[in-house]
Each structure stands twice: as C-alpha cells, then as structure tokens.
Design a protein around this ligand. Structure first.
Ligand code: N01
Length: 537
C-alpha cells in the first residue's frame, strides 16, 4: 500500500477547517488545508457586506483554546466581519497555519482509491493547480457557502450596480446619496438595511416574509473588562456544549402555558432585555415544539416591535398581528436600528408576497403594481444552497467511482452528521444532519471536530486504513433526523432549514433539532461502543 503525501487534507479555511488543522497537526499528522479565499475566515472572509456582524456574543464566538483567548480582545459585544477576519489572521499567525495551507485554490474533485485506501484530491484557482493524496479527507466547507440568486427576469440587463450580498466586493460599493433597492429581509438583508438606511438618498426594501428580528443590545467592549473576565472563560467554554444551542444560556425547563400570564410576561421581559438570541434560545423549552408556545412568544415580540414603527402600513408588513410562521421556526436576525430605518421618509417597503417582482430593466425594478428606479440593487435573498450545496458541486467519487450525486440521488444521507457510506475516510463538518443551524458555530464545530480528531487518532493507533459507516447506519440516522424534525414546528415551515429556499431541492430535514447535548451523547456513544456502525479495515 502506498504512503499518501498527507495524512489529512481539509477543504475549507473557516472555523471548521482551522479547528481541525490546529488539533490534527498537534497530533503530529501531515496536514494540508485548501482554501479558495485569499485569507482564512470562511464565511467571514466572503461576507463583507455593510453591517455584516456575528450573532453570537463575546467570548463564545472564538476557538475555545485558552492561550488563543488570552492574546486577543474584541472591541464590541457582537464583533463585525472585519474584526473576525483580523481574529483569523491572529490565529493563523499564532499557529503558523499558512505553512500548512494552499490559499486561493478550491477543491473541485476528490476520488477514493479503494486499492490504496487513499483520496486523490484536485484543487484549482488563482493560487495554482494542486493534486495530492491523503488518507483522510475532511469536508469543512461550511453550510452557508454556496450563494443562490433567484431568477429575476431581466436582472442581467440592469445597468446600475447590482450585487449579491454574499459576494460584496472588498473595495465596497458606494451607496451614499444613491437610490438603492434591497431584495430580501433575512439575516443579511436586515443587517444591510439598518447599516445603509441612514446613508442613501432613497431606499426601497422588497420584502417577502417579515424577519422576526430581535434586539441585539450591542455595546463596546473594553480591554480591561475582558481581562477581568478572562479567568472565567474556561468555565464558560466548558458550559457551552451542555446547552441546547451551544450558547452561554439555555431554555428554562418549563412549558410556556404552565406559568400564569404575569409570570410569562416577566420571563419574556427578562430574556428580551438580555439581547442577542436569548429571546429565541433562553425562554420556555417548548418554543419549537408547541404552536401555542410559539404564539405566546410572537404576541410579545409583535407588541414590542410594532411600537417602534410609526407608519401603520409599514407596521402591518413588518410586524403583522398574525404571525407569518410559528415564532423561531425561521431564523430571527439580531437588529440594532432596523425598525427605526422604516420611520425615515426616504425609505419604502414593498410587499412582494402580494405584489411580486415581475421584471428588472436597465434602471428599474418592476412589481405587478410598482416601478422603482434604482442606481444600486442589492440581492440579499441570499438563501444559500445550504448544507449540501457546496458538496454537490464537487466531483466527489467514493467506492467503485460512484459520485455523491448518484449515491444520494437528491437526498442527504449521513451517519451522525459526520460521515456517509460508500465514502470511506471522509468526514463532514457543520453541514447536514448536525445541530448546525441551531447552534453557535464554534461550539458545534468543537463537538464534531473533537469526534473527528479522536477518531482519526484511534484509526492510526490501530492501523485501520479504511473507515466507513454501514449503509444501514447512515439510513437509520437520516430517518432519526426526519422523525425528530417531525415532532418540531420547523418541519412544516418552508425555510432553508428544510431546503425549501432553493427550487428543485429535495425538501427534507437537514438539522438535528433536539439540542447539542443529545447530539453529543449520540456521537460519543458510537466511540464508547467501539464504532459499531462502521466497517473498519
Ligand atoms: O438568507 P435568508 P441570509 N424573491 O435565507 C428572501 C446566516 N447568516 O443570507 O423568507 C424575493 O435568511 C427571503 O424571503 P422568504 C444565518 O444562519 C448569519 O440573509 O423566503 N425574496 C428572505 O427574506 C442565516 O439564517 C449572519 O419569504 C426572496 C431573504 O430573501 C443564513 O446565513 C448574517 C426570494 C433570504 O434570507 C441565511 O441568511 C447573515 C425571491 N425569489 C447570514 N428568495 C449573522 O451571523 C428568497 N427571498 C449575523
């Protein structure tokens, strides 16, 4: 059997890829990370749109490594994307990561060789053509990676500047004193709208579904305050994986309707005041599973939010009396001044659910009933082709040369959200069938990353050169994901959680919906029992 050039090749240089690179090189393994961007950071390298910032607060959105935390301080409670890029540069420097990395190259093919038990991996890009072999291949390309632009008739004919929010140019786009349109009010749209609203001549927002956005409660962070709290960071990091969403707070173990109305109101007030995702992930434990619970949360949200919007028409569109979907089943965004932007005279809101966009011309977006002349059009419909999108665009071939597309036939079928049958020695991170969408990214990545590092170490120690889940294990785990999802309110709502945002994509449950501790238990049980769901050779 030939010795491959590398023990491990990792595709992707965001949190997942970098976590694995740091820990696998510590084991003394020969690793190579391949990243299409010109810097590390993953989603934070690509998302440079105005106002892009993370929805997890300091200190939980960083690598849980003590010596890293000690050398770094943040300037705001919710850092922006440029600060996250600087953090990644700091981490890369600290661990000298560039010596293990091929930058500006995208992995476009990975073929399994069943005689030699190795992967042959091909990457290409401005950074050059690379072809190499590795025993293990880690797919760390993220879940919100593959931008998706819906088909708008005439978009190509638009003569002003148009841009997909996920591919905002590094040099920026000048929106000052321009007539700007934004299509989409997801996490990206909300952040862009509140940031550019005060700068533009005129803003038109094309909204299909209102975002049930929550107050961020942002503030500056001083170096002294962080130095004071740093000694307790290890305790915080230790607690994160024990919570539903990998945050430093958790659901309260009570049902919404078990409290009398005045207690419920007090609970809602207190989690609202904390800011961030507390109102989503630190309230009653039945929020995602009971319609009445979701409705109570919505009523509180609607009361608080509608009070901030002056114009009755805009108010009804942004914060309708009747919930557009059970509260929390589409990801709420964190906002700072989003609703106040709509109180500006120069900001219009068009309801494209009732009055859809029919055509885009050289200078105008036309709905059935309106025409809006624009200088700049921002397509923040992003609606990434989540979870599986980046994997499906690669030429991945497992045993007998079977492609991933043939193997899955339109569905995602994973064991433990980490591996799939027919594709030995390959690991997936922060993608389908994991707690991905409902978890603080670095915490989910730590749980999955630890599992991978531990498993690869075990395989080396035991001279196992081929490790692949049994087909029935992958099928059973996929069925488990589906049955858990069916018990939740997420299952019936059309969202990217269900793959419903991309026309033609198979509608299925893509997330582990019952919290990180239960997921960790599931994947760790597999290790403790000696990997009974896997074939080892
Ligand atoms: O995308 P989205 P996103 N015509 O899918 C609308 C992460 N993220 O990039 O709801 C017109 O949420 C769509 O309307 P509807 C985060 O996990 C994190 O903003 O489908 N409109 C919606 O309003 C997030 O959840 C951060 O009816 C169309 C919007 O476009 C995920 O990425 C920041 C349309 C899409 O919203 C995705 O967020 C940014 C069409 N054909 C992103 N298709 C932070 O951490 C879609 N829309 C802060």
């Amino acid at each position: 059997m030939i010795d491959p050039e590398y023990d491990v090749i990792i595709a992707g240089g965001g949190f997942s890829g970098v976590y694995n690179l740091i820990h696998l090189t510590k084991l003394g393994l020969r690793c190579r990370l391949i990243e299409p961007g010109s810097a590390l950071g993953g989603t934070w390298y690509w998302n440079k749109y105005p106002g892009a910032r993370v929805d997890s607060d300091v200190p939980i959105y960083q690598f849980p490594v003590d010596d890293l935390a000690k050398g770094w301080t943040w300037s705001e409670r919710f850092p922006d994307s440029s600060e996250l890029r600087a953090y990644f540069a700091y981490v890369a420097d600290k661990y000298d990561l560039f010596k293990y990395t091929w930058m500006e190259s995208r992995v476009n093919a990975a073929h399994w060789n069943d005689d030699e038990h190795i992967w042959k991996i091909t990457a290409n890009g401005a950074g050059g053509f690379h072809q190499s072999t590795a025993r293990f291949f880690i797919m760390a390309v993220g879940s919100t990676t593959e931008p998706y632009t819906p088909k708008f008739d005439g978009l190509a004919s638009f003569q002003g500047r148009w841009c997909h929010s996920g591919r905002w140019p590094t040099e920026g786009i000048d929106v000052k004193n321009k007539r700007v349109g934004v299509i989409g009010t997801g996490a990206s749209g909300v952040q862009i709208i509140q940031e550019i609203g005060p700068q533009v001549k005129h803003l038109t927002v094309f909204q299909r579904t209102p975002n049930l956005a929550l107050p961020m409660v942002q503030y500056q962070m001083s170096r002294d305050v962080q130095a004071h709290f740093m000694p307790v960071y290890p305790n915080i990091f230790e607690k994160l994986p024990k919570t539903f969403g990998g945050f430093h707070f958790d659901f309260i173990p009570r049902l919404t309707m078990s409290d009398p109305p005045e207690v419920r109101e007090a609970v809602f007030e207190s989690i609202w005041g904390m800011g961030g995702f507390s109102f989503w992930l630190a309230g009653y434990s039945d929020l995602f599973f009971d319609k009445e619970a979701a409705n109570e949360a919505y009523k509180f949200w609607q009361k608080k939010t509608s009070a901030r919007i002056k114009d009755p028409r805009k108010r009804d569109l942004l914060a309708p009396k009747i919930a557009p979907h059970p509260f929390g089943t589409k990801r709420p965004c964190l906002e700072q001044r989003f609703y106040e932007v709509f109180n500006q005279e120069n900001v219009d809101l068009i309801d494209i659910k009732e009055d859809p966009i029919v055509e885009i011309t050289a200078d105008t977006v036309k709905t059935k009933n309106t025409s809006t002349e624009l200088d700049v059009l921002i397509v923040a419909t992003v609606g990434w082709d989540n979870f599986t999108g980046p994997w499906m665009r690669m030429d991945l071939r497992g045993e007998k040369g079977k492609t991933i597309q043939e193997h899955w036939n339109g569905s995602a079928i994973l064991s433990l959200g980490l591996t799939t049958d027919n594709f030995p020695n390959m690991f997936f991170l922060y993608g389908a069938h994991a707690p991905t969408a409902f978890c603080n990214g670095p915490t989910c990545i730590e749980v999955q990353g630890q599992w991978i590092v531990k498993t690869i170490n075990h395989l080396y120690k035991n001279d196992i050169t081929k490790f692949v889940p049994k087909a029935e294990a992958a099928r059973e785990f996929t069925e488990l994901i589906d049955s858990l999802s069916r018990k939740s309110l997420f299952h019936d709502v059309d969202s990217w959680y269900m793959g419903a945002n991309v026309p033609g994509k198979r509608r299925q449950a893509y997330n582990w919906v019952v919290g990180l501790p239960a997921y960790t238990e599931e994947v760790e049980r597999e290790v403790e029992r000696g990997y009974p769901g896997f074939i080892k050779d």
